[in-house]
Ligand binder design. Sequence first.
Ligand code: CDP
Ligand code: CDP
Length: 228
Amino acid sequence: MNTQMNIAIDGPAGAGKSTVAKLLAEKLEFVYIDTGAMYRALTWKAIKENVDVNDEKVLHQLLKECDIALVNESGHSLVKLNGQDVTEEIRNASVTNNVSYVAKHPLIRKEMVSKQQLLAANGGTVMDGRDIGTAVLPEANVKIFLTASVEERAKRRHEENISKGMSSDLVKLKEDIAKRDQIDSERDVAPLKQAEDAIVLDSTSMSIEEVVENIYGVIVERDGTVEH
Ligand code: CDP
Ligand code: CDP
């Protein structure tokens, strides 16, 4: 396998991007880069510091004071902010419902995109997000746009919450996901949309394994270094 490849996986919330990207990275022995976690970490910090998520300037200053690191410790992907493990906290409802406002700001996106490009500079990554194929890695070797119906995506999040023993409201989840998709798709800078050269995969009726196998097949096909 060509270890310099970069794989971009974009799509709306709950489509299975992070689950599939993590499994693919393991299979390929590549590094998994969760770009959403970076926007979430800044959002978590903003909420903690009482910073208005609509105030681009103050958020930009806050970002300069944040060292956001995606680290792998004993096989676990952790998100650290100035050395503090925030992996769990960045998934809370407050962060989830505010992150799209933080991610709208051009100055914030510019910084995040530079960081993400640096992380992928040597290849060997599977990166997931909203603008990877269009803005972060326009030269990615494989671009996947992973989607599923909003009903299915809300159901997946609902089941995930229940399995973690958390309370969950399916109707509210669907509304929140649809709202976030709308903000992400309608923003001015690097909105959520499929790259022209992306392969669209609708996972509504696919298992995680089927999605992984499907994308793995595309990667092998694109990779000139393996015989198949
Ligand atoms: O996992 P989930 O689909 O809930 O979202 P995420 O990947 O953690 O991303 C959280 C939010 O960050 C998204 O709804 C976007 O507003 C923003 N985001 C973005 O703007 N660009 C990216 N490359 C990744 C995430
Ligand atoms: O990262 P993204 O928001 O796109 O989705 P995710 O967090 O990877 O997946 C959301 C949930 O859907 C997880 O609990 C996955 O296990 C589940 N899932 C699924 O049931 N079937 C799939 N084909 C993909 C994901």
